[in-house]
Design a protein around this ligand. Structure first.
Ligand SMILES: *Cc1c(COP(=O)(O)O)cnc(C)c1O
Length: 219
């Protein structure tokens, strides 16, 4: 699979960047092919599909939950999930905290922030998130390890718009880091960029890119 090698080579120009291979809708056999090439970080957006694949595949895979997550489903993935990219409200954060404690672990999360114009895109409004952080409401959840932010750009051909949305997410990250996590080394991740826009995302400071169709073909 030349595409994978080319992509990992391209990413090696940005040290410390993690490639999350988004395997949603793709069969276990396709994941195994990338696994055999050395890929360990995989992303899924639906809990049930993640469950089925987690059982069927090697236990050293790092499973990322990248899609919107309902509170009542957190319990299914809490024992093993490597990183939840889509924490975008306080109720969900509290639920992740509770399930983490039950499993005697901490669960790493990213705070998903809405940067796209489209109302349909998930994520915290920055002001809402900021006010929760000011009150310490998220930091007090000991089951959570907040390690950064995530965002999705508007679905558009306008590269300038996408770039400016990624820059906006980077700026949100910087402000949150400086104000609330300044001495927290773990708070360092910016998850942004997909098949169509990952190069822009890397230029704007992404530390994690979530790439599906480029690796696995269209869905
Ligand atoms: C599907 C998905 C991706 C990957 O999209 P591609 O365009 O296939 O690379 C990335 N992030 C999220 C949240 C997704 O749902």
């Amino acid at each position: 699979m030349g595409i994978y090698q080319n992509l990992t080579k391209e990413l090696s120009a940005h040290p410390g960047t993690t490639l999350v291979a988004v395997s949603k809708t793709k069969p276990v056999s396709e994941i195994e092919k990338l696994y055999d090439l050395g890929q360990r970080d995989f992303g899924e957006n639906r809990v049930q599909e993640l469950q089925e694949k987690q059982i069927a595949l090697p236990s050293d895979i790092k499973w990322h939950l990248i899609g919107s997550l309902q509170k009542n489903k957190v319990k299914y993935i809490a024992p093993y999930v490597y990183l939840i990219h889509s924490c975008d409200n306080l109720e969900l954060a509290r639920q992740i905290h509770k399930e983490a404690l039950k499993n005697k672990r901490t669960i790493p999360v990213l705070l998903q922030i809405r940067i796209a114009e489209e109302d349909s895109k998930q994520g915290y409004e920055f002001e809402t998130l900021w006010s929760q952080l000011e009150k310490g409401e998220l930091q007090s959840l000991s089951g959570l390890e907040i390690i950064g932010v995530m965002g999705m750009a508007t679905f558009t051909d306008d590269k300038q718009q996408i770039r400016s949305e990624f820059a906006q997410l980077k700026s949100c990250f910087d402000q949150i880091k400086q104000t609330f996590f300044v001495s927290d080394l773990a708070f360092k991740e910016i998850s942004m960029g997909m098949s169509g826009d990952y190069q822009l995302a890397l230029e704007e400071g992404a530390t994690m890119v979530r790439i599906g169709s480029l690796l696995f073909g269209s869905r």
